[in-house]
Every structure is written in structure tokens, then in C-alpha cells.
Design a protein around this ligand. Structure first.
Ligand code: KIV
Ligand code: ZN
Length: 534
């Protein structure tokens, strides 16, 4: 009978550490809920001790999801374990994930610790974690470069002390599939108490081998795999969840394993990550890239028409790829709209659905055909009414090749008073952003601006993604409209509202609710937190 492989998702911890991928609290909760819909078994929600923000988001995710285990990372230190436990203890299924490096290289140069001392640390801290929480994972950081005999001793000690999952990371993405299989095989045969724990894989992608190494680890005996949506993560990233899952599913004949992943949720999960972070998915990315199921060449198209199996090893539908189909129009009522949103997997509150329906109706007046992709773009750009200080009332822009662009914009503050300003600039977007800046009286810099068409038609919606910054951090915004200038202003306001909201919170809270020490001590290693990016 096929055996189950447990999917441990670390998008919100190892993935979120990668530059460009950081998310704010609300975004992390949304992502965690999507991971729950995707059916992951374990969500590593963060590294609770690393910052008050991380602590808060691990705690919030623990409260937001029900089915998956929620884990927090902790170094083999009492204060880390306490923070991890405090953050996950209210989860329905909490886990503490303790790690310590075991390779001589890390012990000698990073930790300045003897092998014996490391074993003592493992015993002491895993036992301490076990006294707080039943579900304990222990990771030997840099396991793949650790002397095998010593690795076996470290694992045995961790299991004796209460670990029920033991993880063997290829932290620097150095190993090959045969080496990974040999390491797992060695641990299986040389660790006396290995039957009391699940072996886990955690492979980085520096040589592009993370997924191959993970599959080799599974064949050798691992039953938990650590991975991230789209393979995001430190440096070249982690093993990609969708690639592991679809390899196991598509090649069930070879592997003989199954996962509990709802594969139809894969595409939505990748899209949510991309729309949240503004990082585009590479078109050639396996499983979730735009070209993953595109058959351009005539020979392929001919084969596909005769029998799709000629060139298609899995169907787009099996990973939830949304086709551009005509869905709703001007005459569609809220009932049909609501049903469609549910079909697309959005569980909106009444207020959000009403706001989106109004937006949909406005769009119908300007664009005849509204597709699933249009609806997804609209819902993902929808402002949160609770944090929407500034909203667009009206705008007029003048632009041409023989003139300076000018913008006149009216914004509504807190749904009450209207403010208006005029500004000029070298282009219509520049003039508009200057107008917004004048009205809100809060300077900011534009860090990034991206404009894309949601669909291929001439009357496509334009989707604008911006990153703006002030002294307190970087803020992302998204706007969607048939008018690209309007989309630009909406994206800017979306980011501005986050910025003002964050700044007012910073003024209101001088003392964090969570008091912890964040000294960058020598155990911190590669898990340092980067600067604020919202
Ligand atoms: O890559 C790694 O070794 C890790 C551990 C902390 C699990 O991320
Ligand atoms: Zn890692």
C-alpha cells in the first residue's frame, strides 16, 4: 500500500527570509490560510525569537488555522524555545522546531563549540522543549556535511530526548541525490531508536538539485519533506512544494507514495504568493509558470489534438490552472457573482464581497468580457476598508509629447472630507504620484513600479504593482483598472495607506507587547532577520 509523505511548508519562515519576499502580518495570515486550503500538514510560521513581528505573526497564524500543525523555529537555547512555545502554544496542533548545526565546519567556526558540548546542548534543549510541547522536531543544520557517525549520535540523542521528527538539512545545497540517499540510509541503519521518529528532508537549491535530492531522500526512507511554494528561500531557494508533490503524483508508478495536498490549489497558492510579494513567477517555472502548459510549436499542437498524452504528462486542471473563460457580465447579479468567487476559492466577508461587487459593476461598464483572471486581479487588489485612510475620488491627467504632464487629483480622507491638489511631472504617473504626496503631506520614494496586462485582449485590465518607502520601511501596493493611470494611483494609495497605518502604530506603541532579546549571538548564523519590508 502507498505510504504517505508529510508536507512541511516553510514558505513563511525559510521562504520569507529571502530578499523581496517578506510579508506583513495580514499577508502572512492570508498565505497561511491558503496553505491550509492547499492541505499542507505542517506550516512553519516563523522564527518567534527573531523579532517581535515574527513572534506576533507565528502567534496569529497559530490562531488562524486549524488543520495543520503550526511550528516555530528555535535555536537550541532556552530563550528561543520559550519564545517558540509562547507563540505556538494556542495552536490546535503546536510544534517546536529546534535546530543546532552539527558539521565540524559550523561547530568550529560558527558556534565555537566541541562535538561533546553540542550533544549536551541537544539533550538539554530538546528535553526542555519536550517538557513544554509533545510535538518536537530537531534539525541538524548542515547535516549533509556532518560526519555520518557523529550525525547518527546527534540524531539518537535528539530522539532519546523527545524529538519525534528528525530533519537532515542540506543547508548549503551542496549534496547530490546519491549522497542524500546514502545519508538517509545510514541514519536508518545506524540510529538505534530511529523507529520512534519521522525522518525529514530539507534541501536548498544552490546547485539546482533541491527537488531531486528530496525525492532521493524519500526513496531512501524520509517521510516528511520541507519545502516552499515556488521554491522561494535563502539564496537559490528551497525545494519547490509543487514540484515534489506533482512528481510524486504524476510518477506514482515509480515512487508509490501519496500526499494530502489538494493539487488543484497549487496554482492559486503560487499566484497568491506572487501577487502578495510582487515577485513574478518565472514563465518557465515547472508546474506554475505561465508556459508550463503552453504548447506553441505546430508539432506539439498537432500531437495534443490527436491525444493530449503525447505531450502532456499532467493536466493544467490538476494543478488548478485557471483558463481565460467568459464568466460574468454587466447583467450578472450578486448571487452569481458570489457563487463565482466561491468557485475561485475566495471566502469573502459580506463587506468585502459588497465592495468587490461594486468594483466588478464599475469594471463591467468599461469592459465587456470579465474573465476569471480579471476577477482574481480585482479581488487581490481590493483595499482593506479598515486600513483605508485615503481613497481616490476623481482625477484628471493631461499628457502629451510636447507638454509637461499635469495631474489634478481629489482624494477622500476617512470616507469624509475631500482634498484636492495639482502637480506636474515628466510623465502622467510621476505627476499623479506627486499629487498624492502633496495631499497626504508625507514624503515617500518610489522603489519599484510594474505595469502588466491581466489578460491578452486590447481592453485588458491594467494591473500596477508599486513599492514605496519612507524612513520606517518599504510598502507594497496594487491597483487594477482599465485605465493604467487610475491603476497607478490606486496602487500608490494602497501602499500609502499601509505606510500611514504602520507609522501611526509605531507612534502609538513605544513598548512592544513581547519583550525579548534579539542580540545577534553566534548561534544566529544564517537566520538573521533582514530590514523591514511590508
Ligand atoms: O537550511 C537549514 O539548515 C535550515 C534549518 C534551520 C532547518 O533552515
Ligand atoms: Zn533552510
Amino acid at each position: 500500500m502507498a505510504e504517505r509523505i508529510y508536507i512541511f511548508d516553510t514558505t513563511l519562515r525559510d521562504g520569507e527570509q529571502a530578499p523581496g519576499y517578506s510579508m506583513n502580518l495580514e499577508e502572512k495570515i492570508r498565505m497561511a490560510r491558503q496553505l491550509e486550503r492547499l492541505g499542507v500538514d505542517i506550516i512553519e510560521a516563523g522564527f518567534a525569537i527573531s523579532s517581535p513581528g515574527d513572534f506576533e505573526s507565528v502567534e496569529a497564524i497559530a490562531a488562524a488555522v486549524e488543520k495543520p500543525v503550526v511550528a516555530s523555529l528555535a535555536r537550541a537555547l532556552k530563550k528561543d524555545i520559550d519564545a517558540a512555545w509562547n507563540a505556538v502554544k494556542k495552536a490546535k496542533h503546536p510544534r517546536i522546531h529546534v535546530f543546532l548545526a552539527t558539521s565540524d565546519l559550523h561547530l568550529e567556526y560558527k558556534l565555537k563549540m566541541s562535538r561533546e558540548e553540542a550533544i549536551r546542548r541537544i539533550r538539554e534543549n530538546v528535553s526542555y522543549a519536550k517538557s513544554l510541547c509533545d510535538d518536537i522536531e530537531f534539525s541538524c543544520e548542515d547535516a549533509s556535511r556532518t560526519d555520518l557517525e557523529y550525525l547518527a549520535l546527534a540524531i539518537e540523542t535528539a530522539i532519546e530526548s523527545g524529538a519525534t521528527t528528525v530533519n537532515l538539512p542540506d543547508t548549503v545545497g551542496y549534496s547530490t541525490p546519491t549522497e542524500i540517499a546514502a545519508m538517509v540510509g545510514y541514519v536508518k541503519t545506524h540510529v538505534k531508536n530511529i523507529d520512534k521518529a519521522v525522518i525529514s528532508m530539507h534541501n536548498h537549491n544552490d546547485l539546482g538539485l533541491a527537488v531531486a535530492n528530496t525525492l532521493a531522500g524519500i526513496e531512501a526512507g524520509a517521510r516528511q519533506v520541507e519545502c516552499t511554494v515556488c521554491g522561494i528561500g535563502e539564496r537559490a531557494g528551497n525545494a519547490a512544494l509543487e514540484e515534489i508533490v506533482m512528481a510524486l503524483k504524476t510518477r506514482g508508478d515509480k515512487f508509490g507514495f501519496y500526499t494530502n495536498i489538494v493539487t488543484e490549489e497549487i496554482s492559486r497558492s503560487a499566484r497568491l504568493l506572487s501577487s502578495t510579494t510582487g515577485v513574478k513567477i518565472n514563465p518557465s517555472k515547472a508546474i506554475v509558470g505561465d508556459n508550463a502548459f503552453a504548447h506553441e510549436s505546430g508539432i506539439h499542437q498537432h500531437g495534443m489534438m490527436a491525444n493530449s498524452l503525447t505531450y502532456e504528462i499532467m493536466t493544467p486542471e490538476s494543478v488548478g490552472v485557471v483558463k481565460t473563460n467568459l464568466v460574468l457580465g454587466k447583467h450578472s447579479g450578486q448571487h452569481a457573482f458570489s457563487k463565482k468567487m466561491q468557485e475561485l476559492g475566495y471566502n469573502l466577508s459580506k463587506e468585502r464581497e459588497d465592495a468587490l461587487f461594486a468594483e466588478f459593476k464599475k469594471t463591467c461598464d468599461r469592459k465587456k468580457n470579465i474573465t476569471d483572471r480579471d476577477l482574481i486581479a480585482l479581488v487581490e487588489a481590493l483595499e482593506n476598508p479598515e486600513t483605508q485612510t485615503w481613497a481616490l475620488d476623481s482625477f484628471v491627467v493631461n499628457s502629451g509629447n510636447r507638454m509637461t504632464s499635469t495631474a489634478c487629483i481629489s482624494l477622500k480622507k476617512n470616507n469624509e472630507k475631500i482634498y484636492q491638489e495639482v502637480a506636474s511631472g515628466t510623465g502622467p504617473v510621476y505627476a499623479s504620484l506627486r499629487c498624492v504626496e502633496k495631499i497626504i503631506k508625507h514624503p515617500f520614494s518610489l522603489e519599484e513600479y510594474q505595469l502588466t496586462a491581466v489578460t491578452e485582449d486590447r481592453d485588458a485590465l491594467g494591473e500596477v504593482f508599486v513599492k514605496i518607502s519612507d524612513q520606517s520601511g518599504v510598502y507594497r501596493g496594487r491597483g487594477v483598472s482599465t485605465d493604467v493611470i487610475e491603476a497607478s494611483i490606486l496602487a500608490c494609495l494602497n501602499a500609502v495607506n499601509k505606510m500611514l497605518n504602520e507609522d501611526s502604530k509605531a507612534i502609538g506603541t513605544s513598548q512592544s507587547a513581547v519583550q525579548m532579546s534579539f542580540e545577534n549571538d553566534m548561534l544566529m548564523g544564517h537566520t538573521d532577520k533582514k530590514g523591514v519590508d511590508r
